[in-house]
Design a protein around this ligand. Structure first.
Ligand SMILES: [Zn+2]
Ligand SMILES: [Zn+2]
Length: 336
């Protein structure tokens, strides 16, 4: 099978992923062998490839927004059949026994594993995955479903943690794959949404997706705080301050980033006092994922995607890093 393999983190501009032929793996007792159709390119992949996240293995195949078909199920798998469409997300496994797992917070599990980070992921034409963490998807085009599997699910958890009041005004800071899906969902759920970005094309997309406002950052002077909630998607600490400046008293700023540059010092009196809250978002539970995918199906949520062939994964990551992608990036992984 064809795989794009990372042998130690390096800047994406140096084309660190290498195309390698490997034997197709056999599924373990609780695993599925999945024939990959598409795999989304998430910002977390960039952090894995460039080493912002500490490498866990000498080599890794990135990719954790996998949409494919079940090719073979392990002997202990009874709820998936061959040929069925399946989603393989970031959360690949949890211990089931730690205090977090036992209290319904498996996203905080002390021993959780991740697709495309602790085990090989979907930048390949086949992948094996634990069937107990695989997800059923709403109907839709497979390429447009792929970004739902991380960008969508994590964005949904961030939206919940940002705790907006009904029809409240929510700010989206940094407008990539996750923000565009979450804004579209929030708009359909009746919230008033405002996108903040330096990129005019991102703001135009936000408008098309139903944003009530689109603010070009770096140009506009900060206005009076008018947001009831905010979500920071950009992996930049200074953006957290921008968001804090825009939220009203009592509002929450949720940070939907697995890695963030340091947050500059916070002026407590101006930016945090007034019971403003700052919260990070770590992964998701399976319940979050199922709830989100069910909701996405009911409201007909679809991502806006740009597609690239698997062998051009390096270039895809360079474009993502440079902010040249409008919506989400998806790799075409099926054997031609
Ligand atoms: Zn656990
Ligand atoms: Zn992701």
């Amino acid at each position: 099978m064809r795989t794009m393999v990372l042998h130690g983190p390096r800047p994406v501009e140096s084309a660190p992923l290498v195309m390698e032929e490997r034997p197709v793996p056999r599924p373990g007792a609780h695993q599925l062998l999945v024939r990959v159709l598409h795999c989304g390119v998430c910002r977390t992949d960039l952090h894995v490839v460039e080493g912002d996240l500490v490498p866990l293995r000498p080599t890794i195949v990135p990719g954790h927004e996998v949409v494919g078909t079940v090719e073979q199920a392990g002997p202990e798998v009874h709820d998936w059949v061959q040929g069925e469409i399946v989603g393989v997300p970031w959360l690949q496994g949890t211990c089931g026994t730690c205090a977090y797992c036992l209290s319904g917070r498996e996203n905080l599990c002390v021993a959780k594993t991740f697709t495309g980070y602790s085990v090989d992921g979907g930048y390949a034409d086949h992948v094996v995955a634990d069937a107990r963490y695989a997800l059923r998807l709403p109907t839709g085009k497979p390429d447009r479903l792929a970004p739902l599997l991380c960008a969508g699910i994590i964005g949904y958890r961030a939206l919940r943690l940002s705790n907006p009041p009904p029809s409240g005004r929510i700010g989206f800071f940094g407008f990539g794959g996750s923000a565009h899906l979450t804004l579209a969902l929030a708009a359909r759920l009746g919230f008033r949404t405002v996108a903040y970005s330096r990129n005019p094309e991102h703001l135009a997309l936000a408008r098309r997706l139903g944003a009530a406002g689109a603010v070009r950052t770096g140009e506009a002077q900060p206005t009076e705080p008018d947001l009831d909630a905010a979500i920071v998607f950009a992996p930049a600490g200074e953006v957290v301050l921008q968001a804090l400046r825009q939220v009203k008293k009592g509002a929450t700023v949720a940070i939907a980033a697995i890695h963030l540059s340091p947050i500059p010092s916070i002026d407590y009196d101006r930016l945090l006092f007034g019971e403003r809250r700052l919260v990070s978002v770590e992964a998701n539970t399976r319940a979050d994922a199922r709830e989100f995918l069910d909701l996405a199906g009911r409201v007909g949520l679809e991502s806006t995607v740009e597609r690239r062939p698997l062998e051009r994964a390096n270039e895809a990551l360079v474009d993502l890093k440079a902010g040249r992608v409008n919506g989400a990036l998806v790799l075409d992984c099926a054997e031609s």
